[in-house]
Design a protein around this ligand. Structure first.
Ligand code: SF4
Length: 300
């Protein structure tokens, strides 16, 4: 393992590469990354990166966003078939059709979407800024794609808006039930419950804090509590445990995203060696997807 890491470190310097890893990646992949974070944080870092190459450890929509925000850079994905199932639940054509049915509505889209879907949106959002973004729109009617759980949560926080929900969801967060939370609460009665807004509304109702992965870290650091039940993907345990020493974090065992776990140290090393696989997008798609992403970053 250590020689894999050493080889990655050496080659990374030779290639002048920047390695970005999402919070849900394998612990050892997070450890060799220059930056680990959520979609918004990584998008902003990607947009300002001056390295020659960006190696994106995560899923395809994230690497596409990095390319759109910094098109002159070579963006490489160690696992180009790591595709988020939620992103596949909303296509560009479906958004165009939805606009025809709701002519006065604007489209706010979660970053967990393909670049071609982003090209049809008015603005993007992440789980950390979705409420702010929706509240900032002048339109009352908002088509919110693709996550119905995040959309419902946003609707509860922005009651003056008429949110039209999409039928999409993250299978990992959707699989977390209130019973899972109750079972952990019975084992760890003093634990505070934190939940990601991609969870179902009944799970969110059982939480002490609802927030993005970055907000969870902030909250756990500041909290007097020593134990937490965390309703999100299990990869978050690594950063929480590292950044909050002395605190314990309990996860739901089945909350594991298999596509996020596809990227390994071996695949990162292979990518650096072979300089594959490059993310490429049509110029027109990149140009049109950039607007909604940039607008999101400006509202942040
Ligand atoms: S955790 Fe959910 S939203 Fe994130 S990549 Fe996996 S399936 Fe997609």
């Amino acid at each position: 393992m250590s020689s894999l890491k050493d080889n990655i470190t050496t080659l990374k310097k030779d290639r002048n590469a920047l390695i970005l890893a999402h919070n849900y990646c394998l612990p050892e992949v997070q450890d060799i990354a220059d930056h680990t974070g959520d979609s918004l944080g990584l998008s902003i870092i990607a947009s300002k990166a001056d390295a020659d190459v960006i190696i994106f450890c995560g899923v395809t929509f994230m690497a596409e966003s990095a390319k759109v925000l910094n098109p002159r850079k070579k963006v490489l994905m160690p696992e180009p078939f790591a595709t988020c199932p939620m992103a596949s639940m909303c296509s560009a054509e479906q958004i165009i059709d939805a606009r025809k049915c709701h002519k006065d509505a604007c489209v706010v889209g979660y970053v967990n979407t393909t670049a071609s879907a982003k090209a049809e949106m008015d603005i993007c959002c992440t789980s950390s800024n979705a409420v702010n973004i929706v509240s900032s729109m002048k339109e009352k009617e908002i088509i919110f794609v693709p996550d119905m759980n995040l959309g419902s949560y946003v609707a509860s926080k922005a009651p003056s808006k008429n949110i039209i929900l999409w039928n999409g969801y993250c299978p990992v967060h959707q699989s977390i039930t209130v019973q899972n939370i109750s079972d952990l609460k019975a084992k760890y009665p003093n634990a505070v419950v934190v939940a990601h807004p991609e969870c179902r509304s009944d799970v969110l109702n059982a939480a002490d804090l609802i927030g993005s992965t970055e907000k969870m870290i902030e909250y756990a650091k500041a909290s007097d509590a020593k134990e937490f039940i965390v309703a999100t993907e299990i990869g978050m345990k690594h950063r929480l445990s590292k950044e909050c020493p002395g605190k314990r974090f309990h996860f739901i065992d089945h909350a594991l995203c298999s596509v996020m776990k596809m990227t390994t140290l071996s695949s990162v090393l292979r990518t650096l060696n072979e300089m594959t696989t490059e993310v490429t997008l049509p110029e027109d798609t990149m140009e049109r997807a950039k607007g909604p992403l940039k607008r999101m970053i400006d509202v942040k």
